[in-house]
Write a protein that binds this ligand. Structure first.
Ligand code: NZQ
Ligand code: ZN
Length: 383
C-alpha cells in the first residue's frame, strides 16, 4: 500500500429535506455569497429552500456560472464578493458551480484580481474563505473533495486545481433535487462517476483489498442503478447514484493506490477545445485508452472483469479484453459516445497535444509513461 493521508472533514448531510440544515451549517454572522449557475435552481424550488434556510443572514447572489466554469466569470464574481465583504461562499448546483465556489473562496482570500499564475504555482498553499455546497447533480464528487477544474478562455486551457483549504465545510445532498435533471445530465453523472472509480482502480495491483473491494461495490452500484435512474428516476435510484458518485471521488478509493487520470486530462483538453460535456469526453477516450494500455493494466482489468462483470475463464488477457468491451457497451447504453468522431467532425490531435503540453500534462498514467506520442496513438484508436 502506498503511504497516504486521508482527512475528509466535509460535513455530509444526505437525504430529502436536508437543505433546511443550512440553517445550522452556515455561521449565523456570515455574509454569504450564494453562487449558482444558469438558473435551474430557480425553476426547481432549490433556490427557495436555500433562501428560506439562510433566514436573516446577510446574503448577496451571483448567478451565471457556466458549465465548465470560466475563470473570467469568476474574476467578476470575486470582485463582486470583495465589494460586498463576503466571508462565506455557498455553491448551489452541479460540479461546475461547486468547483467555482471552491476556486472563488481562494480568489476572494487572495490579494489579486488575476491570481491565475500564482494559483498554477501555489494553489495548494493559498488561503481561502470557507465555502459550502448544495449539490443538485451527482457526478463529480466536487461537493466533498479538494479539486476545482477551471477553464481559462483567454489561454484556451481547462485544468484542475487542488487545495485542502477549499474543501467544502459541508455538502448537502438531497436526492430530490435530481428530479429536474435532464436525461443527458443523469447519463453524464453516472458515467463520470464510473470513470472516476476506474481511473483509481485500473492501474497496477497493489496490496489494497479494502480500496479494491469498495471500488468494485461502487462500480456494481453504478452499473445496476445507472440505467434504472435514467429510465425510471425512482427515489431509490436517485439516492444510490448520488451517494455512489460522492464516494467515487471523496478520497477513500484513491487512498494508497496508484492512479491514472489520463482519460480525464485528455477529456479536459477536448472540452477546452470543443466545448463538449465533461462526461462525454471521457467515454469517447477511455475504451481506447484501456485497449492501448492493456499490457500494463491487464491484471486489474482481469480482476475487474471477473468481480464486477462476472466474466468467466482462466485467460487473463481474454477476460481483460471482455471487461473493456463490457465497459464500452455500458457507456453506449448510457447514451454516451465511445468514439471521437461521434461528436467531433474535424478533430485536431495536434491541438489536443498542444493543450496537454501547455497544461504540463505530458507524463500521464500510473507509470507517468503516457506522453505526447502515446496520446496520439490513443487518439488514433479512439478516432
Ligand atoms: O447551470 P444550471 O442552471 O444549474 O444548470 C446545470 C447545467 O446546465 C444543470 N443542472 C444542474 N443541476 C440541475 C440542473 N438542471 C436541472 N436540475 C438540476 N437539479 O446541469 C448542467 C450541467 O451542470 P454541471 O455542473 O456543469 O455538471 P457536472 O456536475 O457534470 O460538472 C461538470 C464540471 O465538473 C468538473 C468538470 O470538468 C466540469 O467542469 N469536474 C470536477 C471534478 C472535481 N471537482 O473533482 C472532477 C470531475 O472529473 C470533473 O472534471
Ligand atoms: Zn470527471
Amino acid at each position: 500500500m502506498i503511504q497516504f493521508q486521508l482527512c475528509n472533514p466535509t460535513d455530509i448531510r444526505f437525504g430529502q429535506g436536508q437543505i433546511a440544515s443550512l440553517a445550522d451549517l452556515v455561521p449565523a454572522d456570515a455574509c454569504v455569497l450564494l453562487l449558482y449557475g444558469g438558473g435551474s435552481i430557480k425553476k426547481n424550488g432549490v433556490y427557495d429552500q436555500v433562501v428560506a434556510a439562510l433566514g436573516e443572514r446577510r446574503r448577496v447572489e451571483f448567478g451565471g456560472v457556466e458549465p465548465n466554469p470560466v475563470y473570467e466569470t469568476l474574476q467578476k464574481a470575486s470582485a463582486f464578493a470583495r465589494e460586498n465583504a463576503v466571508d462565506f461562499v455557498l455553491g448551489v448546483g452541479g460540479g461546475s458551480v461547486i468547483d467555482a465556489a471552491k476556486f472563488l473562496s481562494a480568489m476572494i482570500a487572495s490579494d489579486s484580481d488575476d491570481p491565475w499564475d500564482a494559483f498554477v504555482q501555489g494553489y495548494g498553499q493559498a488561503p481561502a474563505v470557507p465555502n459550502g455546497a448544495v449539490l443538485t447533480l451527482p457526478a463529480t464528487g466536487s461537493e466533498s473533495n479538494p479539486v476545482s477544474v477551471i477553464s481559462n478562455h483567454g489561454r484556451e486551457l481547462k485544468i484542475p486545481f487542488a487545495s485542502q483549504a477549499v474543501r467544502p465545510a459541508f455538502a448537502i445532498m438531497d436526492p430530490a433535487t435530481m428530479l429536474s435533471l435532464s436525461r443527458r445530465q443523469l447519463e453524464n453523472g453516472v458515467v463520470d462517476a464510473l470513470t472516476h472509480v476506474l481511473e483509481q482502480y485500473l492501474t497496477m495491483p497493489v496490496n489494497t483489498p479494502v480500496q479494491y473491494g469498495f471500488s468494485e461495490t461502487l462500480l456494481e452500484v453504478l452499473i445496476e442503478w445507472g440505467p434504472v435512474l435514467v429510465e425510471t428516476r425512482s427515489m431509490e435510484a436517485c439516492e444510490n447514484v448520488m451517494w455512489a458518485a460522492n464516494q467515487a471521488l471523496n478520497g477513500l478509493v484513491g487512498a494508497g493506490v496508484p492512479q491514472d487520470w489520463s482519460t480525464h486530462m485528455i477529456g479536459h483538453a477536448i472540452t477546452a477545445l470543443y466545448g463538449i460535456d465533461h462526461a462525454r469526453t471521457l467515454t469517447m477516450v477511455m475504451p481506447s485508452l484501456l485497449r492501448h494500455r492493456l499490457d500494463a493494466k491487464q491484471a486489474m482489468l482481469a480482476r475487474y472483469g471477473r468481480r464486477v462483470w462476472r466474466i468467466e475463464g482462466d485467460d487473463d488477457r481474454a477476460v481483460a479484453e471482455a471487461a473493456i468491451a463490457k465497459t464500452e457497451a455500458f457507456m453506449v447504453r448510457m447514451g454516451c459516445p465511445v468514439r471521437i468522431s461521434e461528436m467531433i467532425e474535424d478533430f485536431n490531435a495536434d491541438g489536443l497535444v498542444d493543450h496537454l503540453v501547455r497544461a504540463e500534462q505530458t507524463a500521464l498514467g500510473e507509470g507517468q509513461d503516457i506522453g505526447a506520442g502515446e496520446v496520439r496513438e490513443i487518439l488514433a484508436l479512439a478516432a
